[in-house]
Design a protein around this ligand. Structure first.
Ligand code: ADP
Ligand code: ASP
Ligand code: MG
Length: 813
C-alpha cells in the first residue's frame, strides 16, 4: 500500500490533474497492493473560498462574482469530469450547499471560524470527488473518501490537534488492501461531527497521518519542485535540490517557512520511521528528496535556509525585571493562555529585557494581554516598554552538521555585515541545529541570498558591475578575463562580471557574462541605459558581494555613491569626482564605509596604478603622521616639462603630446592644472585635512580666459607663451635647476604650481610620463618615502582598479 499526496500546485490545471490520475494509476499498476491518493484543493481555491466568505459578510454582489469564479475554476480544471452525470450531480449539490452558506453569511453579516472551516472543506471535497471521476473514466475502480469520516480532531477551528488513536482506528477499519482511494487532504472533524481542519497547507499532514496509521513503507509528497531545496527557489535562484534530508532538518526548515511540507507532517512519519519522498509532478523522473532518519554524507554544515515574513518582535523591557524570578514564566504563561504562539525567544543576559517573536496578526493582542498581566509592574515603573516592531522576517539556517562545527554563526553574521544587512535579533537552538535571526522584511530576500551563497558556493565570489567602457573600462574587462581563471585556480576566488553599462546600453547576467565577448553581448543584448534602472536591477538580483566599478569620470555617478553604499554595494573607482566633491559628501562616504563595513576603494584616483593612497593609509593606520607631501602628479605635464628644451618649444611639445594621445581630448584640461589639484585634494583629505577644492591653490599653465576660446584660436595663441617658458627654462638651467609642475602639501596648505628644482633632486629625475610622490612623516624625516613610476595609461590604471577589486574581494566572505 502506498500513500501519495498531491498538493494544490499539482492540481492547478486540466493538464496537471490528468498527470495526477496517470501517476496514481501507474503506481497502482506497479504495486497493486493499493494506493491512497491524498488530494488538496485546486491551487488557489482555499484562498478564494476564504476571500468570498469575507466579502459575503458585507457585499453580496461582489461575493456572488467570487463564488462564480470559484465555480468557473473547477469547470476549467475538471471540465471533462463534470460531464460524468454522477460527478456532475455531486459537484452541483456541493456548489448549491456552498452558495446557501455564503447567502447565510450575507444575511447574518458574519462568518464564524466554525463556518469558515466548513467553507474551506469544499475545496478538498470538490477536488477529490472530481479526481475520483477522472480515474474512473480511465477505467479503474476507485473510492472517494471524505477525510472528515477518518481524521478526528479536537473542537478547535482553523487548525485543530489530531486525536491519533481514534483516527488510526478509523483509517484502519476503512482502508482495504488492493484498492485505489482518493482522500480529501486537510479536512477533518471533531467528535460532534463538526468540520475542522489541520491548518493551512495541512494536506501533507493528512497524508502523513494516513501513512502512519497504515504503516506504509514510504510516503510520497508530490509538488511542483524537484524536491526539498537548499532554500525557497522563488527567493534564491541558486537554490538546489537536496537529495537527502534528515527528519529534524526538514522539520526545522518547514517550521521556519520552507513551505514544501507542512511542519507537522514529519511527526507521524518519525514515529513510524517512514521515509518521506518529495517528488515533482511535472518531472516525475527526477529523483527528488528522501527525508529520513539520516542526513546525507559529507553535507555542508548548513543544509538549508528558510524564512518567513509577517512577524513582529515584541520587546518587554524594564530595570525592575532584573533578578526578579518568574517574570518570563508569567510572560509566556500569559501568552499561552491567550493562544499566542511564540516563534522565537531571545533574552538579554542582563534580564533587563526579553524579546520574542510572534506572527504579526497576533502582535497587538500579545501586547495587550501582557500589559494587563504586568499592569502593576508598569504602574510601579518596573517595566517601561512593551511594544511590537512589525514588518520583520525571520530567517533560519538549518543543518544537522552545524552541531560542533565552529564558526558557523560568525561566518553567517560576517556575510550579512559585509552586505549591509542589519540583524535585529538572534537565537541559536540548543540543539545547534539552527541559527535563527530576524531582519527587516525589506532586507529579507537579500539576506537569504547572502547566507545561501556564503555557505554553498564552494568558492568566494565577487559580483562585478562595471560602468563605463572607455579606455579604462575596456582594458579592465580584458584584464578581468585574463586574471579570473588564475584567481579561481590559485585563490578560490571567482570574479564574475554580472553587468556592464556604458552611456548607451546596459546588460546583465547573474551567472556572469562571458567577458571575452562583452562588446558583442552589449551590442546584441544591451538595453537602453538608465542609471536608476541599472541599480534597481542590480538590487533585484539579491547577489552577495556586489562591487560596482565606476570607470567613468562622471560627477553625476559619483554623487550617487552614498546611496549605493547604503544599499550594501561596494564601490571601486578611478573616478576622482566623489573624493573631490564637498567635504560633507566626502565625510558621509567615509562614515558609511566605517559604520557598515562597506568598502570604497579608489587607489587609482592618484598616480594611476602606483600605490600612493594605500601607502598613505598604511602609514596613518600604523600611527605615523604625514607632515608634507610633494610630487609630480600628472603624466601629461611630466612629459611636457621633460621634453621642453631649446629644440622643442612649449607649444610644440603640447601639440606633440596632443597628437600622440598623451593629453585629454582638450589639452586645456591638463594645462589648467585642475586635474592635479584634485589629486592633491584627495591626498590632503587622506591625511586628515578638511579642505575643499577651492582651498587648493592651483596656478594654471595657460591664462584662465583661454578656456573661452575655440580650439583653433587656442592653438593659434599657444606659441605666444613659448618665450616665457623658454626664459624660465634658461634661468633655471643657469642655476643648475629644472622646471617642474609641482604639487605640494605643507602646513595644512595645498598648492600646485611651476617650481624650479635642483637637478640633484628626485623630483628632477622623473622620466617620460612618470609620477613621483615624496612623503615626509614623523618616521620619514630626513629622506622621504618615495613612490615613482608611470602615473598614467590605460594598462596601469586598469590594473590598479583590478588590484583594488581583488583585495576587496578577499575581504568579503
Ligand atoms: P503544494 O501545493 O504541492 O502543497 P506548496 O506551494 O504548499 O505546494 O509547496 C511547494 C512550494 O514550496 C514550492 O513551489 C516552493 O516555491 C516552496 N518552497 C519554499 N521553500 C522551499 C524549499 N526549501 N524547497 C522546496 N520548495 C520550497
Ligand atoms: N488546500 C489547503 C490550503 O491551501 C491545504 C493544502 O493545500 O495542503 O491550505
Ligand atoms: Mg503545501
Amino acid at each position: 500500500m502506498k500513500v501519495m499526496k498531491f498538493g494544490g500546485t499539482s492540481v492547478g490545471t486540466a493538464e496537471r490533474v490528468n498527470r495526477v490520475a496517470d501517476l496514481t494509476i501507474q503506481s497502482f499498476n506497479e504495486d497493486p497492493s493499493g494506493v491512497c491518493l491524498v488530494l488538496s484543493a485546486i491551487g488557489g481555491i482555499t484562498d478564494m473560498l476564504i476571500d468570498c466568505a469575507k466579502t459575503a459578510e458585507s457585499d453580496w454582489n461582489n461575493a456572488l462574482e467570487k463564488f462564480n469564479a470559484i465555480k468557473a475554476k473547477h469547470f476549467e480544471v475538471y471540465g471533462a469530469e463534470l460531464q460524468n452525470p454522477q460527478a456532475k450531480k455531486d459537484a452541483e449539490n456541493m456548489f448549491t450547499e456552498l452558495y446557501d452558506i455564503y447567502r447565510g453569511i450575507n444575511l447574518v453579516r458574519e462568518c464564524s471560524l466554525r463556518t469558515m472551516d466548513l467553507i474551506v472543506s469544499f475545496g478538498e471535497r470538490l477536488s477529490a470527488r472530481l479526481m475520483t471521476a477522472m480515474i474512473e473514466n480511465k477505467g479503474f475502480k476507485v473510492t472517494f473518501v471524505d477525510a472528515r469520516n477518518l481524521v478526528r480532531t479536537e473542537k478547535r477551528f482553523n487548525g485543530a490537534r489530531v486525536f491519533f488513536a481514534s483516527t488510526h482506528e478509523a483509517i484502519n477499519q476503512f482502508i482495504q488492501q488492493g484498492q485505489i482511494y482518493v482522500i480529501t487532504g486537510f479536512i477533518a472533524s471533531c467528535e460532534e461531527g463538526i468540520t475542522t481542519n489541520l491548518g493551512r497547507g495541512g494536506s501533507d499532514y493528512s497524508a502523513a497521518i494516513i501513512a502512519a496509521a497504515l504503516h506504509v513503507e514510504k510516503l510520497e509528497i508530490w509538488t511542483d519542485v524537484d524536491g526539498f531545496m537548499s532554500a525557497d527557489p522563488r527567493l534564491v535562484p541558486d537554490a538546489f535540490v537536496l537529495p537527502r534530508v534528515s527528519y529534524e532538518e526538514a522539520m526545522e526548515m518547514s517550521y521556519f517557512g520552507a513551505k514544501v511540507i507542512h511542519p507537522q507532517t514529519l511527526v507521524p512519519a518519525i514515529q513510524k520511521n517512514i521515509p518521506v519522498l518529495i517528488k515533482n509532478t511535472l518531472r516525475p523522473k527526477s529523483s527528488g528528496t528522501i527525508i529520513s532518519k539520516q542526513a546525507g554524507d559529507g553535507d555542508h554544515p548548513v543544509k538549508g535556509i528558510a524564512s518567513f515574513a509577517g512577524i513582529s518582535l515584541i520587546n518587554v523591557q524594564g530595570s525592575g525585571m532584573v533578578g526578579v524570578p518568574g517574570v518570563s514564566g508569567r510572560l509566556f504563561a500569559t501568552l499561552a493562555k491567550a493562544d499566542i504562539n511564540v516563534i522565537m525567544i531571545s533574552q538579554a543576559s542582563s534580564e533587563h529585557s526579553i524579546c520574542f517573536v510572534v506572527k504579526t496578526e497576533q502582535a497587538q493582542e500579545a501586547c495587550e494581554v501582557l500589559k494587563k498581566e504586568f499592569e502593576s509592574e508598569i504602574l510601579a515603573r518596573k517595566i517601561d516598554t512593551i511594544e511590537a516592531v512589525d514588518d520583520l522576517t525571520m530567517i533560519a539556517a538549518v543543518g544537522e552538521n552545524m552541531h560542533g562545527t565552529p564558526g558557523i554563526a560568525g561566518k553567517l553574521f560576517a556575510a550579512l555585515g559585509t552586505n549591509a544587512v542589519n540583524v535585529i535579533a538572534i537565537a541559536q537552538g540548543s540543539s545547534e541545529r539552527n541559527v535563527s535571526l530576524v531582519v527587516n522584511s525589506k532586507d529579507a530576500v537579500k539576506a537569504v541570498n547572502v547566507i545561501h551563497s556564503s555557505f554553498y558556493l564552494s568558492t568566494r565570489s565577487a559580483h562585478l558591475f562595471i560602468m563605463g567602457t572607455g579606455n579604462i573600462g575596456k582594458t579592465l574587462l580584458s584584464q578581468v578575463s585574463g586574471a579570473s581563471k588564475k584567481l579561481f585556480k590559485e585563490s578560490d576566488l571567482s570574479l564574475l562580471v554580472c553587468g556592464i553599462a556604458n552611456v548607451e546600453k546596459m546588460v546583465f547576467d547573474r551567472k556572469g557574462l562571458d567577458v571575452e565577448r562583452w562588446q558583442s553581448i552589449l551590442d546584441e543584448k544591451g538595453e537602453p541605459v538608465d542609471l536608476d534602472m541599472w541599480i534597481n536591477r542590480i538590487l533585484l538580483m539579491n547577489l552577495s558581494n556586489v562591487i560596482l566599478v565606476d570607470c567613468t569620470a562622471s560627477a553625476d555617478i559619483a554623487s550617487r555613491y552614498t546611496s549605493w553604499l547604503e544599499q550594501g554595494l561596494h564601490i571601486v573607482t578611478p573616478n576622482k569626482k566623489a573624493n573631490t566633491m564637498g567635504l560633507d559628501y566626502y565625510k558621509g562616504l567615509r562614515k558609511l564605509t566605517r559604520d557598515h563595513r562597506l568598502h570604497y576603494m579608489y587607489e587609482t584616483t592618484v598616480g594611476a596604478g602606483l600605490p600612493i593612497i594605500n601607502t598613505i593609509q598604511s602609514l596613518i593606520h600604523s600611527g605615523d603622521t604625514v607632515t608634507r607631501i610633494e610630487g609630480i602628479l600628472s603624466g601629461t605635464l611630466s612629459f611636457l616639462f621633460n621634453r621642453m628644451s631649446h629644440d622643442f618649444s612649449f607649444s610644440q611639445v603640447v601639440r606633440y603630446a596632443f597628437e600622440n594621445g598623451y593629453t585629454e581630448p582638450d589639452p586645456r584640461d591638463d594645462l589648467a592644472g585642475m586635474d592635479v589639484g584634485r589629486k592633491l585634494l584627495i591626498m590632503a583629505r587622506e591625511i586628515g585635512l578638511n579642505l575643499e577644492l577651492d582651498d587648493i591653490h592651483v596656478k594654471a599653465l595657460i591664462p584662465a580666459e583661454w578656456r573661452q576660446l575655440s580650439m583653433q584660436e587656442f592653438w593659434q595663441k599657444l606659441p605666444s607663451l613659448d618665450e616665457q617658458y623658454e626664459d624660465m627654462l634658461n634661468a633655471a638651467h643657469q642655476e643648475n635647476k629644472v622646471v617642474r609642475y609641482l604639487a605640494e602639501i605643507q602646513d595644512g596648505k595645498c598648492s600646485v604650481q611651476i617650481r624650479t628644482i635642483d637637478v640633484q633632486s628626485d623630483l628632477a629625475h622623473c622620466k617620460a610620463t612618470d609620477n613621483i610622490v615624496r612623503i615626509f612623516t614623523h618616521r620619514y624625516v630626513e629622506t622621504p618615502l618615495l613612490i615613482q613610476g608611470p602615473g598614467a595609461g590605460r594598462e596601469v590604471t586598469a590594473a590598479g582598479v583590478l588590484a583594488d577589486i581583488i583585495s576587496l574581494a578577499f575581504h568579503l566572505n
